[in-house]
Design a protein around this ligand. Structure first.
Ligand code: ATP
Length: 637
């Protein structure tokens, strides 16, 4: 039984419906230790036959058997493994991978073996030494002469320890001196017990073989033994495996480095979109935080006011109302409240006014009482502008002074001014024109004027942070009396949360607009990857010939997109943080707040989105690369 048997191999190409028979029934047997020259005129079908033997072409009839095992029913994956284990290709145009060094080129098939990294490097160096290139291992292919390139290609073909070498016109591009040396190397390989098939149209080259097979018009017309074949190798072959993810990403990395300038530009293009999104989110956090901070410095968001839901109901709130609200989950305490519109102050000849009187101190921020204290019985707390109205030069000196305070209530269905003399307990630094007198004092003054004192709203304090305000408000709003909704709640917390909703909306809209540039960068990545597939078509063919799977090729481009995405997003995060630092320290004198606040969540969001977009963008180009026909890829210019 021969090592390689070709049984009635026939192959046709079709141009439209027209059939061109290229191989018309080839029957040949080959053994290891032979150096067979396949000789014939141009167009005779030699390369077609080699592609079939090499497992690159499976569209033929007849049978190729290795050690009596037919390749006929092998799957794509089995053929990949067959090329990896059994075949070493040497091409007329060398087909080295231009962005890999000599050593790395030879390491490609070695990465498809089970040797350790150290053993792989050792073997690659030994093989390069054997072909006389130990001094050139760190050069790139374009720094080598033709003869040197072919030696690298021989070292690479031998790297995976294949049983058979297919050399298609290995000396076609070489001068006579290099031709002799290369043929000598090939003869030595046959001497080591491997099968060497050399395609040539040169009789001289063919004469180096142990046997010449002559092909004319798709048939074998001569099969001549020139000398004895060498002894077949019995050495156990190096075990092979698929290309690992690490090896593929290393190749991608090498390619990125080789085209560094272009890739930096692409990374920069991708960076703009991701940076804009991250920066908008950071700006949104800052603006929202700043506005909340400003509001909360004026008012207490955890204090809410409860009115009758029915606007026409002006009745006083009762103890049962207070109890009902006090029992609501999240309510810390309730107080009776009195409010009235319009307050006048008089101090000597000076007058001032305030638009709102309230009994609830909790609505304002106590920290803002810069002068004096909270009002107790028979006292009033006024705001800065009212104090300025009463004493322009020295408003703070009004603390402790007794002034005349007039507010309006209803008596016998008509507005009735209630005037009383109260001591200013303090001045609140509030922008809202609010006046605060405690509930007991208001009640006492109303009674003194013959008006029934009433509770015209309830003030409730809500437990916990601002985030609790809305849920508790919702619970109070749901309370019913006689199956009817009883109360309506208002408070700064509600305004703030509505405001936050609008700010968030604006930020998301801005981020989405910024996200359009992400779409642009996704399209850029698609285009770049398509160009990359086109540029690397030959490399794809080479890798497939060396035994790389379709999955490996797909991963080559997916990992390229992944690298570009990771770099763009990481750099955009760095840029966003740097700009945040610059802007926040730049506005430091103007506002005492960090107006840009990029959170780690925003940064992670940016990175994840960039990676997802790049991965999605890589689907079509990487599939295109994976589906390329190895033979067509190899013949790409
Ligand atoms: N993909 C293809 N589609 C159509 N015809 C093809 C294709 N590939 C090869 N052929 C044709 O098949 C014939 C054999 O080509 P092949 O390359 O096998 O010849 P060859 O003997 O290797 O020639 P050369 O020595 O010039 O390389 C040629 O006529 C060629 O035009």
């Amino acid at each position: 039984m021969s090592f390689l048997q070709l049984k009635n191999i026939q192959k046709s190409y079709y141009l439209g419906k027209e059939e061109f028979k290229v191989l018309k029934g080839i029957n040949l047997d080959f053994d290891k230790g032979e150096m067979v020259s396949i000789l014939g005129e141009s167009g005779g079908g030699k390369s077609t036959l080699m592609n079939i033997i090499g497992g690159l072409d499976s569209k033929y009839s007849g049978d190729v058997c290795i050690n009596d095992n037919s390749l006929k029913h092998d799957t794509d994956k089995q053929l990949d493994e067959y090329r990896r284990k059994t075949i070493g290709f040497i091409f007329q145009s060398f087909n080295l991978i231009s962005h890999l060094t000599v050593l790395d080129n030879v390491l490609v098939p070695l990465e498809m073996t089970k040797l350790s990294k150290r053993q792989q490097i050792k073997r690659a160096k030994e093989l390069l030494d054997k072909v006389g290139l130990s001094d050139h291992i760190n050069k790139y292919p374009n720094q080598l002469s033709g003869g040197q390139k072919q030696r690298v290609s021989i070292a690479r073909a031998l790297a995976g320890d294949p049983e058979m070498l297919i050399a298609d016109e290995p000396t076609g591009a070489l001068d006579p001196e290099n031709t002799t040396e290369i043929l000598q190397i090939l003869d030595n390989i046959a001497k080591e017990g491997k099968l060497v098939l050399t395609v040539t149209h040169s009789e001289k080259v063919a004469a180096y073989g142990t046997r010449i097979v002559h092909m004319t018009d798709g048939r074998i017309d001569q099969d001549k033994l020139l000398r004895n074949q060498y002894e077949a190798s019995q050495k156990p072959a190096i075990e092979s495996k698929g290309l690992s993810f690490k090896s593929v990403t290393k190749m991608t990395w090498d390619n990125l480095k080789y085209n560094a300038k272009r890739n930096i530009l692409i990374i920069f293009g991708g960076l703009i979109g991701i940076f804009s999104v991250i920066f908008m989110l950071g700006l949104g956090n800052g603006v929202r935080g700043y506005i909340n901070h400003e509001i909360y410095s004026q008012v207490n968001p955890n204090s809410v006011q409860i009115m009758h839901h029915n606007k026409d109901d002006h009745s006083s709130f009762t103890s049962s109302d207070l109890n009902r609200i006090n029992k609501v989950k999240g309510v810390k305490s309730v107080q009776r409240g009195y409010a009235s519109q319009g307050v006048q102050f008089k101090y000597g000849k000076k007058t001032a006014q305030s638009s709102y009187l309230s009994s609830s101190l909790s609505t304002t921020n106590v920290d803002n009482i810069k002068h004096g204290t909270k009002p107790s019985d028979n006292e009033v707390l006024i705001n800065t502008s009212a104090a300025q109205g009463l004493n322009k030069k020295n408003p703070n000196s009004m603390v402790g002074k007794t002034i005349q305070v007039t507010f309006t209530d209803m008596k016998a269905g008509r507005p009735f001014p209630v005037t009383s003399n109260l001591k200013i307990s303090g001045i609140v630094d509030s922008q809202s024109p609010i006046t605060i007198i405690n509930f007991a004092t208001i009640q006492k003054e109303l009674n003194a004027n013959g008006i029934d004192a009433k509770t015209n709203y309830i003030n409730a304090e809500i437990d916990g942070g601002v985030k609790n305000v809305t849920p508790v408000q919702n619970r109070i709003n749901k309370l019913t009396v006689n199956n009817k909704r009883a109360y309506t709640v208002s408070g700064a917390g509600e305004i703030v949360s509505t405001l936050n909703t609008y700010i968030n909306l604006a930020v998301y809209v801005l981020a989405a607009i910024a996200g359009i540039s992400l779409l642009v960068s996704a399209i850029m990545i698609i285009v770049v990857l398509y160009i990359s597939v086109a540029e690397r078509t030959k490399e794809i063919g080479i890798l497939r010939a060396l035994g790389a799977t379709k999955g490996n090729i797909r991963m080559l481009f997916v990992s390229q997109a992944l690298f570009l995405g990771i770099f763009s997003s990481v750099f955009s995060v760095v840029l966003a943080y740097l700009l945040q630092l610059a802007i926040n320290s730049g506005v430091n004198g103007l506002i005492d707040y960090s107006i840009i606040q990029v959170t780690p969540g925003d940064a992670i969001f940016g990175i994840v989105i960039a990676i997802i977009i790049n991965l999605l963008a890589s689907i079509l180009p990487s599939n295109k690369g994976a589906k390329l026909d190895p033979i067509e890829s190899l013949s790409a210019e």
